[in-house]
Every structure is written in structure tokens, then in C-alpha cells.
Design a protein around this ligand. Structure first.
Ligand SMILES: N[C@@H](CCC(=O)N[C@@H](CS)C(=O)NCC(=O)O)C(=O)O
Length: 202
């Protein structure tokens, strides 16, 4: 399998962690792709959305997005279970994953506004709107940090990557007055050695 990704992509990092936890690293080669050009066929051919990560399986079949790739990887090896098969645990996992992905989407849009729009077109109310999504999600998670019993699930991986991205691109400001969540990420860092190993460096 070929993973199209980039070391700076938090969604790609999520997939990398999932592959490591499932013991699938040896079956995946990673190709670094630049999504900044308007149309880079390296990624727009396999994924018309032009987004990484994408996983090429069976030669020319590409699967995306990161959630779908993680579900696929989860199906290839029995343990640890990243997506509980059914019931309330599955729904909790998916909801946490959706919340953390939403934080990531907002954090990425803030970065993209500055990267892809000229400064005179930056729009403060829109930036506040995105920041509000991130802050409200962080406050909710600070009140109720997600627990896990034996191994992290997909929701935990996604949240860890979202917090890692806020450290990387948003100066770690989320840490101020959120000791519960900081402690939570410390637990993750100790439990998943690949998390620290995949921390992006500018
Ligand atoms: N929902 C997607 C989001 C992927 C995404 O937005 N990736 C970024 C890189 S971190 C990207 O490829 N951006 C290029 C673009 O949006 O044109 C996923 O979970 O895989």
C-alpha cells in the first residue's frame, strides 16, 4: 500500500499512528506530497479533492479521507480495536473523532486563510468564527477529558493529532488554563511512542 501524505499533515499523522498501532507499518510506503500547488496531479489524480492523506490499495484504488483509511487499516489486523464494532462505545469513538476532526478543520482553515489569501482579504469575524469552534471544543474536552481503558481508539488518536497540530501551527495556546487536557495528552504521549516520533518539525 502507498500512503500519500506529508509529515506536517495532522490527518496523515493520524493514519500513521493507526498503522503503527495495528502493526501495519511494513506494508505501507509513504510518499510525501505537496498539496499547496493549485493542481498537483500526484494527489488530484488519486483524490479529486486534492487532499492528503490518500491510501493507494490494490494498485490503482485510492481510499480517503483519514477516517475511512483508519477504518480500513482497522479491518486488516485484529488488535488493538480502533473502532469498537457496535453500541455506545462505537458512537462515542466516532463522535470524539468528529469533534477532533472539526477542530482540525477549523485550525487548518485559519492557517489556509493566511497562506492562500492576501493579507488585505483576511477577515477577522471569520477567523473568530473558526477560533470559536476550536475553543468551545477544547473547553468541553477540558471538562470531560476522554478516558480509555486499555488501548487508544480512533477518537483518541484524532484528538491527539488535533492537539499536536495546535501545538505545531497555533503556538500551543490551547494549553493555557487547560491542565486536564494537557495531562491527557501527556498520557497519550507515554502510551503511544509513535506520537512523539511523528511530531512535525518546521
Ligand atoms: N477530511 C480530510 C481532511 C484532509 C485535509 O484537509 N488535508 C489537508 C492537509 S493537512 C489537505 O490536503 N489540504 C489541501 C487542500 O485542502 O487543498 C481527512 O480527514 O483526510
Amino acid at each position: 500500500m502507498q500512503l500519500l501524505s506529508h509529515p506536517f499533515s495532522p490527518y496523515g499523522r493520524k493514519v500513521t499512528l493507526a498503522a503503527a498501532l495495528k502493526g501495519l507499518e511494513d506494508r505501507i510506503t509513504v510518499t510525501q506530497v505537496d498539496t499547496n500547488p493549485l493542481d498537483n496531479p500526484e494527489i488530484t489524480t488519486p483524490n479529486p479533492l486534492g487532499k492528503i492523506p490518500a491510501l493507494i490499495i490494490d494498485g490503482d484504488t485510492a481510499i480517503f479521507d483519514s477516517h475511512v483509511i483508519c477504518e480500513y487499516l482497522d479491518s486488516l489486523a485484529p488488535a488493538p480495536v480502533l473502532f469498537p464494532r457496535a453500541g455506545v462505545e462505537r458512537i462515542r469513538t466516532l463522535t470524539l473523532g468528529a469533534l477532533a476532526d472539526g477542530m482540525l478543520d477549523a485550525a487548518l482553515l485559519l492557517v489556509y486563510e493566511k497562506r492562500f489569501r492576501p493579507e488585505e482579504k483576511w477577515h477577522a469575524p471569520w477567523q473568530e468564527r473558526q477560533q470559536g469552534k476550536i475553543d468551545r471544543a477544547l473547553d468541553l474536552l477540558e471538562r470531560r477529558p476522554p478516558a480509555w481503558r486499555e488501548t487508544p481508539n480512533y477518537g483518541h488518536l484524532t484528538l491527539a493529532c488535533a492537539l499536536g497540530y495546535l501545538d505545531f501551527r497555533h503556538e500551543g495556546k490551547w494549553r493555557v488554563q487547560r491542565p486536564g487536557l494537557v495531562a491527557w495528552l501527556d498520557v497519550v504521549t507515554r502510551a503511544i511512542p509513535q506520537f512523539a516520533a511523528s511530531q512535525p518539525k518546521a
